[in-house]
Design a binder for this molecule. Sequence first.
Ligand SMILES: Nc1ncnc2c1ncn2[C@@H]1O[C@H](COP(=O)(O)OP(=O)(O)OP(=O)(O)O)[C@@H](O)[C@H]1O
Length: 463
Amino acid sequence: MTRDIDRGTRSVQALISMTLYNIVPTLVELALVLAVLGVKFGLFFIWITLGALALYICFTVAVTEWRTKFRRTMNEFAAVAQTRAIDSLLNYETVKYFNNEEFEARRYDASLDHYRKAAVKSQRTLSMLTIGQQVLVTGSLVLMLWHTTSGVVEGRMTLGDLVMVNAFMIQLYIPLNLLGVVYREMKQSLTDVDKMFILLDEKREVLDAPGAQALTGSDFTVRFEDVSFDYEPARPILKHVSFEIPAGKTVAVVGPSGSGKSTLARLLYRFYDVRQGRITIGGQDIREVTQSSVRRAIGIVPQDTVLFNDTIEYNIAYGRPGATREEVEAAARAARIHDFIMATPKGYETTVGERGLKLSGGEKQRAAIARTLLKNPPIVIFDEATSALDSANERAIQSELKNAAQGKTTLVIAHRLSTVVDAHEILVLESGVIVERGTHAQLLVKQGRYAQMWQLQKIEDSE
Ligand SMILES: Nc1ncnc2c1ncn2[C@@H]1O[C@H](COP(=O)(O)OP(=O)(O)OP(=O)(O)O)[C@@H](O)[C@H]1O
C-alpha cells in the first residue's frame, strides 16, 4: 500500500515537473516570437496570439474542472462493479446454495451498465475538450495566416514573411497544445488517485503513543481494570469489566452470543482502544507501549480462520516466518493436522485455495491452532478455537491445547462449557457485564447462570 502511494505521488510529481519543463521554454519562445512579429508587422499578431492563449487557458481549465465529476463518477461505478464481482466470486457457495447465479449476473450487469454510461459520458466530455482546444488553436492560426496571405496579395508582405509567420506559429502552438494535454492528464490522474488521498487523510483509530517503548519484562499478567467499550457511542458493549489473568493461568469467558466475549480479545490485541478504564500486561498499560510489541506477545486462534491461497506449509509457517520444516511439522502434530496433511497427495505442498476454501472448517481451525502454536507467544487467546471440530477431535486437541497453554497466560472464549472446566477462573458475561465469576466447582455450587448453562448443555449432550 505504502509502495503504491509512493508510486502514485512520484507519478504526479513527474507530471508536474514535465509541465514546468514545458512551460518555461514555451513562455520564452512566446515572448521572442511576439517581439519579432510585433516589431516587424505591428500589434495584430500579438493581440491574436495573446487572445487565443487566454481563451485556450480559460477553456481548458473550465472544461477540465467541469468534467472531473464525470471521471469521478466513472471511477466510482468501476469500483462498485469490481466489488460486486469479487463479492459474488468469494461467496460462490452461497450464490449456488440459493441458485442465485442469474440474480448475481444481473446485478453485475447493472453495475457494468452504470460504469459503461459513466465512461461514455467521461469520454464524450474529453472529446469536447480536445475539439474545443483544437478549434481555438486552428482558428487563431487560420486568422493569422489569412491576415498574412492578404498582406502578400496586397503587396504589404513578402512570401518570405508568410513562410516565417507560418513556421513561427507552428513552433509556438505545438508546445502550447502539449501544455493543455499535460494539464488535462494531470487533473485526470489526480481524480483517479482521489480515493487514495481520502484514505491517507483517514484518522487511524489506534496509534502508538508518542515515544512509546516496547513491552518489557517477563511478567505477562493481563488485567482488565474497569473497562468500558462501545463500537458506536449509542450502543455500549462492555460495561465496567474487571478481571485478571495471572501469568501462566487460564481465564475462560462464557456467555450468550453477542455479549462481548470476542470484543475482550480484540481489545487485548489492541484492535481498538478502550473508552474507559485500562488494560495492562505486566502492569504496563497497552496504550503506552508499541502495538507491535503487544501483538508479538499474543497469539490468537480466531473464531473464523482465514488462510492464504498458498500451501498448507506456508500457512502454518506464517505463525513464525523462517520456521524450519521440522518445527512446522511439530506444530501440525500438536494441532492434530499432521496425519491429514500426510494423507493428501501433495502433503505439505497442498494448496488450500482462496481463504482456505479447499479445507473443511475443522481442518482450517486446526491449521490456525498449529500456526499459533508455532508462534509460541507468552499470551494466547482461544476464541472458540475448537467450535468447528467434532467431539473426538475436540477432546484430543483440548489436551494438546492444555499442553500448549502450559505456563502461558491464556484467555479462552468458549460456548462449550466442557472445554473450560479446568480454568483458573470462569467469567460469565451477559450484555457486557460480568454477572458471575469463579471456578467451575464454585459456580456449580452457586446454582446461578453458569449452573443453568451447564445443566442445559449436559441435557443437550445426552440427547
Ligand atoms: N466492528 C463492529 N462494529 C460494530 N458493532 C460490532 C462490531 N463488532 C462486533 N460488534 C457488536 O458487538 C457485540 C459483541 O460482539 P462480540 O463479537 O464481542 O460478541 P461475542 O460475545 O463474541 O458473540 P459470539 O459468541 O456470537 O461470537 C455484538 O452485538 C456485535 O454485533
